[in-house]
Design a protein around this ligand. Structure first.
Ligand code: PMP
Length: 437
C-alpha cells in the first residue's frame, strides 16, 4: 500500500526538467534531414561529407597508431591537445599566419570544429552580449550564442545578380558596408566569420575582410573565424586569414577541422589557433566539459600535418590535390544543374553549391500560410519522391529571415563521380517528365 502511494506521488511531480537555456533551440536541421536522407534517399547530396575515401597516408597513419609499438596511444594524452599534434599545427600555422606560435598556448585541439565553436561561445560570450552573425550561416552559431546567454544580431549577404545573364557566383553575395557597420554597438562582443562560407561557398575578399577587421578594431570586438574549408578554394582564388590582418591577431580565434581538411569527418578532430589571452578561457571550458579528444585520431592527424608540412605548396600535397579534384566535381555539377534549369550559384570555395529551384516549383505543391519555408517542403518532397537529398537554404537563416530566401537548396559535391552522375540522372529524368507532361 505505502509502496503504491509513494509511486503515485512521484508520478505527479511536475517540476520543469528542462534548463531555461535550452528553450527554443531543441530543433536541429541535421537531425531531421539526416533521418530523411537515411529513410528515403537513393542519392545523398545533403549533409557535408565526402563519400570517397580519406587519403591513404592518413589511413595508414591511423593503422600505425592503432597497432604500432606505442600502446600508450590507447591512453589519455594532454587535455588541450596531443603534443605531436599541437606541435605540427603550430608549425603549420606559423607559416600561414607569418608569426611565431607556442604549441602549448596558441593551439588547442577540440572534438571537431563543432566543439571549438562551443568553447568559443561559452568562454567569450556573457549574458547580454551581442554577437554578429553573417547570413546565411552554419546553423549552430545561433543556438550556441543563445546557450551562452548572448543575443545573435544578424546581417545578411545580399545577392546582386549579374546583369549579363551569366550564372551567379558566390562573390555576387555581398555585405552592405553601412548595414554591417550599423550592427556594431557597445553591446557587441564578437562577430562570427565563416570564410569560405557554408552554404554559399563565398570566399571573402581582402577588401571585405579589411572592412570587418576595421570595425572589430574600432569597436574592440572579438572575431570567431570559422575556417574549416580553408583548403577548398577554387579558380586560383586565395583564402585570406583574418587573423593575419593588422590589429586582428590579438582579437581572433581561428577554427579548423581535420574532418574537412583530410576528408575524414567522422574522426571529429578540430582545433583553435589564437592568442593565449583568449585561448586560456577556451581551455577552461574544454577542461570542464569534454576534457580530452581521442589520442589515436590526434596522432594520425599529427602525421598527416607532418606530411603536408614537407610537401607544402608542392603538387603532391593533399591541400593542392583535393581542391583540384573538387573543382572538377563542382564544374561538373554546375553544368548538370544548369542543363536542367536548376540555376547554380557558382561557389568560389567549400564543397557546397546552392541552386535555384524556381523552375521545378510547379511539381511541388505550395501550402499557403505554412510556417515551414517553401524550400524546406521542397527538399522533403524531393527526397521522398525523387530519392535525391539536399538541404534547404532557409535552414541557414535566422527565424526572422527564413522566409526571405525560399527558392534555393544546397548540394554537397564532395562525392564520387558515380554519385554525382546518379544525381544528375534523377534531375534529367525529372526534367523530361516535366516537359513531356
Ligand atoms: N563549421 C562549419 C562552417 C561547418 O560546415 C562544419 C561542418 N559541417 C563545422 C564547423 C563542424 O566541423 P566538424 O565536423 O569538424 O565538427
Amino acid at each position: 500500500q505505502t509502496h503504491f502511494i509513494f509511486h503515485s506521488l512521484q508520478a505527479k511531480m511536475s517540476r520543469p526538467v528542462q534548463a531555461r537555456r535550452l528553450e527554443g533551440i531543441d530543433k536541429n536541421i541535421w537531425v531531421e534531414f539526416v533521418k530523411l536522407a537515411a529513410t528515403y534517399s537513393k542519392v545523398n547530396l545533403g549533409q557535408g561529407f565526402p563519400d570517397f575515401p580519406a587519403p591513404d597516408f592518413l589511413r595508414e597513419a591511423l593503422t600505425r597508431a592503432l597497432s604500432g609499438g606505442n600502446h600508450m596511444l590507447h591512453q589519455y594524452t594532454r587535455a588541450f591537445g596531443h603534443p605531436p599534434l599541437v606541435k605540427a599545427l603550430a608549425q603549420f600555422f606559423e607559416k600561414l599566419l607569418g608569426r611565431d606560435l607556442d604549441p602549448m598556448t596558441n593551439v588547442m585541439v577540440t572534438v571537431g570544429a563543432y566543439q571549438a565553436l562551443f568553447c568559443c561561445f561559452q568562454a567569450l560570450v556573457d549574458e547580454g552580449d551581442e554577437v554578429i552573425i553573417i547570413e546565411p550561416f552554419f546553423d549552430c552559431y545561433e543556438p550556441m550564442v543563445k546557450m551562452a546567454g548572448g543575443t545573435p544580431v544578424f546581417v545578411p549577404l545580399r545577392p546582386n545578380p549579374p546583369k549579363d545573364g551569366k550564372l551567379m557566383s558566390s562573390a555576387d553575395w555581398q555585405l552592405d558596408p553601412a548595414e554591417l557597420a550599423s550592427k556594431f554597438s557597445e553591446r557587441t562582443k564578437a562577430i562570427v566569420l565563416n570564410s569560405p562560407n557554408n552554404p554559399l561557398g563565398k570566399v571573402f575578399s581582402r577588401g571585405e575582410l579589411g572592412l570587418i577587421a576595421e570595425l572589430c578594431v574600432k569597436h574592440d570586438v572579438l572575431c570567431i573565424s570559422d575556417e574549416v574549408y580553408e583548403w577548398l578554394v577554387y579558380d586560383g582564388k586565395q583564402h585570406i586569414r583574418i587573423a593575419s590582418l593588422q590589429g586582428m591577431w590579438e582579437r581572433t580565434v581561428t577554427i579548423g577541422s581535420a574532418g574537412k581538411t583530410f576528408s575524414a569527418t567522422g574522426w571529429k578532430v578540430g582545433w583553435v589557433v589564437g592568442p593565449d589571452r583568449l585561448l586560456q578561457h577556451l581551455r577552461t571550458v574544454h577542461q570542464n566539459s569534454v576534457y580530452h579528444c581521442a589520442t589515436i585520431a590526434q596522432e594520425a592527424v599529427a602525421q598527416g600535418f607532418q606530411r603536408e608540412l614537407t610537401l607544402y605548396g608542392k603538387p603532391e600535397s593533399y591541400f593542392v590535390q583535393l581542391p583540384k579534384e573538387l573543382q572538377q566535381k563542382r564544374d561538373w555539377l554546375v553544368q548538370s544543374l544548369d542543363g536542367v534549369g536548376m540555376k547554380p550559384i557558382i561557389p568560389e570555395g567549400t564543397y557546397f553549391l546552392v541552386a535555384d529551384i524556381s523552375p521545378f516549383k510547379s511539381d511541388v505543391p505550395d501550402v499557403p500560410n505554412s510556417d515551414e519555408p517553401y524550400d524546406s517542403r521542397f527538399a522533403k518532397w524531393m527526397v521522398k519522391n525523387k530519392g535525391l537529398a539536399a538541404i534547404p537554404l532557409s535552414a541557414f537563416y535566422s527565424e526572422a529571415h527564413k522566409n526571405n530566401y525560399t527558392n534555393f537548396i544546397r548540394f554537397c559535391f564532395a562525392k564520387e563521380e558515380a554519385t554525382l552522375k546518379a544525381a544528375s540522372d534523377i534531375l534529367q529524368k525529372w526534367k523530361q517528365e516535366k516537359t513531356s507532361s
